[in-house]
Ligand binder design. Structure first.
Ligand code: FES
Length: 161
């Protein structure tokens, strides 16, 4: 609103906002927005883009109801644990064909991907898997079993307390 000469402002008229103040407010708002977005971006940086894989060495306890020769697969692990009269042992459930996770069955293991079958000791009974399932290093600490998924042992290696 322009006020011409001789015209006076009423006290009810809104006070004009100088253009310089409007530009200053806009600059201040822009700076605050940029600072807010930069802070938000910096807070996101410390998060890892790739989650670490679980440790290959883990502890577990066999269920008290586990029968001799029955497989126990700890949740989230590609290992089948067994206990029989000769000791405790672990067999990897990673198929030696293309790496699918095999399922324990009553007479061994079967692979859901291409149909390979393995005996209870991990030997191949039907292809296309080229070789037996790996036996893994196991150690006992009381009731706790420590399994190292990266350390293979000769087939038939069992540990006793
Ligand atoms: S991945 Fe197991 S049979 Fe192919």
């Amino acid at each position: 609103m322009t006020v011409s000469a001789g015209q006076s402002l009423s006290r009810l008229d809104p006070e004009p906002i100088p253009r310089r103040d409007v530009l200053g407010l806009f600059a201040l708002w822009s700076m605050a927005s940029a600072l807010l977005f930069a802070t938000g971006g910096m807070l996101r940086l410390p998060k890892a883009a790739v989650l670490p894989s679980p440790a290959k060495r883990f502890r577990t306890v066999l269920p008290a109801t586990l029968q001799p020769g029955e497989a126990f697969v700890p949740p989230g692990r590609a290992v089948a644990l067994f206990r029989d009269a000769e000791g405790t042992y672990a067999i990897s459930t990673v198929c030696t064909h293309l790496g699918c996770i095999v399922r324990p069955t009553a007479d061994g293991f079967e692979c859901p991907c291409h149909g390979s079958r393995f005996a209870r000791d991990g030997d191949v009974t039907r292809g296309p898997a080229p070789r037996a399932l790996s036996w893994l290093a196991v150690s006992l600490r009381g009731d706790t079993i420590v399994v190292d998924e990266e350390a293979t042992v000769p087939a038939g290696t069992k540990v006793t307390a």
